[in-house]
Design a binder for this molecule. Structure first.
Ligand code: NAP
Length: 537
């Protein structure tokens, strides 16, 4: 029986929304610091992303020795990952293990959907509302709802005419879905699509891939976790974590050191270095030279290296050409795959290029592109997410004076430090716009933000401070900073979810910050300067 702590007379210090990795660690850390906290989540289980994304082949794209909590030495020593890159079931087991190990379930209410929360001037805290009609009073509201939690369901005219099964990767059914022997279509070729396509290719009778934009995918070289590597990391896990925290993305300290510029070496050396990274696998290709994401010429060299790989893997030249992306590599999140391009050599897999033959409509038995009818038994939408803001803007969040977040963010999600929003005192956002989560090993990013929030809440309590609120000036400077960092890179040169460009009508604003160590340093500096950029009330 869960304790009921939703009385207005007994507000919790922290109401945490979301029981993914962010919410779980926020609850644990709050309790460690003697704060009262409650987590609510609409889902029927903990795990967030790994609870919902159960599509075939769902797998992490950062090595599990790195994509895991580092806050507890016994946890990281005891837990054993079976694969180099864990699959969704193992990641979900890990989230449940964390919840059990630290006794977190007594502070988590599942199947409890937040509908809104209003800042209450009288109590200088938050009143939150859940779909079951309950109200929750809290001094602080922590949104641990995740940057990729609201599926993007494009408005495909006529989709309801299709009588086959329609599935979305980000809302995959919990019951087994048997697509074996069926004719299946997949729309979308981002990370979710790439993993789904690679897995379904070997299972279904016929797989038709509807691609609007080709993706760069680098091999994971996944396999059983190397016992020697595991022992080596575990011999000094804290040192390993610390080295990773100093990396731009909070991971990758095992890779060979970056070279300065792709332009400073001979073509042969460059090819050899790219090849070395390709053989290692994972995101490391993008870090082989420090200028790949800032210099378009260097970037094009890496892009062409991957295109060469595509042409060497895919037998049919026309298919290979259609699979070769033209945007800068890394501008959209790189995919980490387990044989994606080779899937297109199978006789049962076909690529349909939507740029050449756009979707014209749906029928009871399939869809029509460029005048051609494709007969399908099932259609998988791997169309991504309304990222970073989608979940928050679907809630009725109101700050001081009833200010609605929808109005505040009409032109884009302005924020301070990626953690707070002016006009919304005592509200913290984990992995939100303005923070580094999208470009960072998200668990490392979560650990940092959670610690910052918990330390701040404890510190304010010790000082007798009741509210913390960003100033509009600090917010404007922060948004300018995030955009200035992005402007020095190739990230503005394509239509990515980082920019909100994947959702029709969404304001175009670059949302994530690049560079984890500098972000950590800035957050610490703000505290040292007496919470610079904040008004303490
Ligand atoms: P995504 O990267 O946004 O990809 C969505 C795909 O759907 C794109 O190919 C997109 O084409 C296509 N699409 C969207 N609307 C469409 C429309 N109306 N018509 C035709 N095609 C359409 O989404 P995702 O693959 O779910 O990945 C999102 C993020 O989640 C990733 O970048 C990553 O951060 C994370 N993720 C990670 C993993 C992992 O490996 N651990 C796995 C899945 C997701 P356009 O490119 O033309 O818009």
């Amino acid at each position: 029986m869960l304790p009921v702590i939703n009385t207005e007379a007994q507000p919790v210090d922290l109401l945490i929304v979301g029981a993914g990795f962010g919410g779980l660690y926020m609850l644990h850390r709050a309790r460690q610091q003697g704060l009262s906290a409650l987590v609510i989540d609409a889902a029927g289980g903990v795990g967030g992303t790994w609870y919902h994304n159960r599509y075939p082949g769902a797998r992490v794209d950062i090595q599990s020795l790195e994509y895991s909590f580092g806050f507890d030495e016994a946890l990281q020593q005891d837990w054993h990952w079976t694969e180099r890159y864990a699959g969704q079931p193992e990641l979900l087991r890990y989230a449940n293990h964390v919840a059990d190990r630290f006794g977190l379930r007594s502070g988590i209410l599942l199947d409890t959907r937040l509908t809104g929360a209003h800042f209450d001037e009288a109590t200088q805290g938050w009143m939150a509302f859940t779909a079951d009609g309950r109200r929750w009073q809290a001094r602080f509201l922590v949104m641990a709802t995740g940057p990729l939690s609201t599926p993007n369901q494009p408005d495909f005219p006529g989709l309801s005419d299709f009588k086959g099964q329609v599935l979305h990767t980000a809302a995959w059914p919990h019951q087994p879905v048997d697509l074996a022997g069926l004719r299946v279509g997949v729309i979308g070729t981002g990370s979710s699509g790439v993993q789904t396509i690679t897995t379904l290719a070997g299972e279904v009778a016929q797989l038709t891939v509807f691609q609007r934009t080709a993706s760069y995918a680098v091999p994971a070289h996944n396999g059983p976790l190397d016992a020697a590597l595991e022992a080596q990391v575990k011999a000094d896990y804290p040192g390993f974590r610390e080295r990773n925290r100093r990396m731009m993305g909070g991971f990758g300290s095992m890779l060979p050191p970056n070279r300065a510029s792709a332009l400073s070496v001979t073509p042969e050396e460059r090819q050899a270095i790219f090849e070395e990274r390709w053989q290692i696998g994972g995101f490391g290709l993008l870090g082989s030279f420090s200028d790949l994401i800032v210099n378009p010429v260097a970037n094009e060299m890496a892009a062409e290296f991957v295109r060469g790989k595509i042409r060497s893997i895919v037998h049919d030249p026309a298919t290979a050409a259609a699979l070769c992306p033209s945007h800068p590599i890394g501008c959209k999140r790189l995919c980490v795959d387990t044989g994606y391009y080779a899937s297109f050599n199978r006789p049962n897999v076909r690529l349909v290029d939507l740029q050449a033959a756009p979707i014209e409509g749906f029928t009871a038995t399939g869809l029509v592109t460029g005048g051609e009818a494709h007969t399908l038994d099932a259609l998988v939408l791997a169309t991504g997410f309304d990222a970073m803001t989608g979940t928050l803007l679907r809630l009725d969040l109101r700050g001081r004076g009833g200010l609605r977040l929808q109005d505040k963010w009409e032109a884009g999600p302005i924020n301070y430090l990626g953690l707070t929003v002016a006009g919304f005192p005592n509200l913290f956002n984990i992995s939100g716009p303005g923070a580094t989560a999208a470009f960072t090993n998200v668990i490392v990013a979560i650990e940092h933000q959670v610690q910052w929030i918990a330390d701040t809440v404890s510190d304010l309590a010790a000082r007798g401070v009741r509210t913390i609120e960003a100033t509009p000036e600090a917010e404007a400077d922060w948004v300018a900073h995030v955009n200035a960092v992005a402007a020095r890179t190739i990230y503005l040169n394509c239509n990515s979810w980082y920019l909100g460009a994947n959702i029709p009508g969404k304001p175009r604003m670059f949302m994530p910050l690049f560079g984890f160590p500098a972000y950590v340093a800035r957050c610490a500096e703000v505290v040292q300067q007496g919470y610079a950029g904040f008004v303490l009330g």
